[in-house]
Write a protein that binds this ligand. Structure first.
Ligand code: ACO
Length: 334
C-alpha cells in the first residue's frame, strides 16, 4: 500500500494587517519590512475566530475536493504552535468535532514551521503500515495569539491561516508520496522559543509581566541556519531518490522570508516560475505556510494531477524536513 495526496484546501481570515498598519504600532517602516522579508501584508483572525475554526474551514475544502466522505476519515492530525488550548483538548479533536468526525484518533503535533512536512511523514507511515486508510492532516495557526505586538522583531513577520490535505491509501505507486526526510536538533531551541506558560516558566504573574507568553526569535542567527539547512534538505532528498532539480514541477518552500527562499532557489537553480512565493501576502503562517502556498498554486492551475512537488521546511526546535510528493488529486475546475 502507498500513501497518496488526494486533495488540498486552505482558509485565510478576511482581516488584512498591512505594513503601514504596523508602522502605527511599532518603530518600523514598510520599506524595512519589504526589503528584509518581502512581506507586504498578513491576515489576522477575528477575536472570536480560533485556530480550530481556521483548520476546520481548510479541512472542509480539502475533504470536498478529495472525493471521499467525511465518515471515511480514520485519523485527524493537526500541526500547530498556536493551539486552541495550551494542553487539552487538542486542536485536532476540536476540528474533528466541528467536522462531525467521531471515534477516530485525533491529536496535535508540535514541530513549528516544519509541522506540515512532519505530518506527511506520519500519514505516509500510518498508511504504508496498513494501520489507516484516509488521513486528514492540517496545519492551522492563529499565531497572532502568541505574538507580542510591542516587539518589532517578530510582530512584522507572522500571520494567521490554515491549510489541509487528505492522504489516502492507494495501490498505484505512480500516485505515491515518494519520500520524506525530517529531523530536529534541540540544541538550537532557545533561538526560536515561546518561553512562558509551560513547565519551565509556568503561568505566573512575574512570568507574564516579562511577556514570556509571547514568541521570541534571534532572527539573524535563525536566518543563517535556515538558509544552510533548507538547501541541504533539498540536496539530500533529491540525491537519495536519484531525482534532478529539473524533474521537479513545483518547489514549495516554507514561506518565512523571500530572501531565504531566493537564496535556496538560486543555489539549487529552480526557475522562478517553479517556486512558490506567497510570503508577500500572508507573511509567515508557520505550519500552514506550505499547504496554503500549495493550495494557491492548485487554484491557479499550476499544480496538476501527477505533478511532482518538492516541499522544504525549517522552524523552531530547530526542526527541518523535505518531502517529494506527487499531486494525486483532481485538477481544479473553475
Ligand atoms: N523594523 C525596523 N528595524 C528593525 C525591525 C523592524 N521591524 N526589526 C529589527 N530591526 C532592526 C534591528 O534592531 C537591527 O538594528 P541594529 O542594526 O541597530 O541593531 C537591524 O534592524 C537589523 O536586524 P537583524 O535582526 O540583523 O535583521 P535581519 O536582516 O536578520 O532581518 C529577520 C530580520 C527578517 C527576522 C530575518 O533575520 C529572518 O527572516 N530570520 C529567519 C526567520 C525564520 O526563518 N524563522 C524560522 C521559521 S519561524 C518558526 O518556526 C515559528
Amino acid at each position: 500500500m502507498y500513501a497518496a495526496l488526494r486533495s488540498i484546501g486552505s482558509y485565510v481570515p478576511k482581516n488584512i494587517l498591512t505594513n503601514h498598519d504596523l508602522e502605527k504600532m511599532v518603530d518600523t517602516t514598510d520599506e524595512w519590512i519589504v526589503k528584509r522579508t518581502g512581506i507586504k501584508e498578513r491576515r489576522i483572525a477575528d477575536t472570536d475566530e480560533v485556530t480550530s475554526d481556521l483548520g476546520y474551514k481548510a479541512a472542509l475544502q480539502a475533504i470536498e475536493r478529495s472525493g471521499i466522505k467525511t465518515s471515511d476519515i480514520d485519523m485527524v492530525v493537526c500541526a500547530t504552535l498556536s493551539p486552541d488550548y495550551l494542553t487539552m483538548p487538542s486542536t485536532a479533536a476540536m476540528i474533528s468535532q466541528k467536522l462531525g468526525i467521531k471515534n477516530v484518533m485525533a491529536f496535535d503535533i508540535s514541530a513549528a514551521c516544519t509541522g506540515f512536512v512532519y505530518l506527511m511523514s506520519l500519514a505516509k507511515a500510518f498508511i504504508e503500515s496498513g494501520t489507516k486508510k484516509n488521513i486528514l492532516i492540517i496545519g492551522a495557526e492563529k499565531i497572532s495569539s502568541i505574538i507580542d505586538y510591542e516587539d518589532r522583531s517578530t510582530c512584522i513577520l507572522f500571520g494567521d491561516g490554515a491549510g489541509a490535505a487528505v492522504i489516502c491509501a492507494t495501490e498505484d505507486k505512480n500516485e505515491a508520496i515518494v519520500d520524506v526526510l525530517a529531523s530536529a536538533d534541540g540544541n538550537f531551541g532557545e533561538l526560536l522559543i515561546t518561553p512562558g506558560c509551560g513547565s519551565v516558566n509556568p503561568i505566573r504573574e512575574d512570568n507574564l509581566d516579562q511577556r514570556l507568553q509571547y514568541m521570541k526569535m534571534a532572527g539573524n542567527e535563525v536566518f543563517k541556519v535556515a538558509v544552510k539547512t533548507l538547501t541541504k534538505d533539498v540536496v539530500d532528498i533529491l540525491k537519495k531518490n536519484s531525482i534532478e532539480a529539473h524533474d521537479i514541477d513545483m518547489f514549495i518552500p516554507h514561506q518565512a522570508n523571500y530572501r531565504i527562499i531566493e537564496a535556496v532557489r538560486s543555489k539549487l537553480d529552480f526557475p522562478l516560475e517553479k517556486c512558490a512565493m506567497t510570503v508577500a501576502k500572508y507573511g509567515n503562517t508557520s505550519s500552514a505556510s506550505i499547504p496554503m502556498a500549495m493550495n494557491d498554486l492548485y487554484e491557479e492551475g499550476k499544480i496538476k494531477h501527477g505533478d511532482l512537488m518538492l516541499l522544504d521546511a525549517f522552524g523552531g526546535g530547530f526542526t527541518w524536513g523535505s518531502a517529494l510528493v506527487r499531486f494525486a488529486g483532481k485538477n481544479i475546475t473553475n
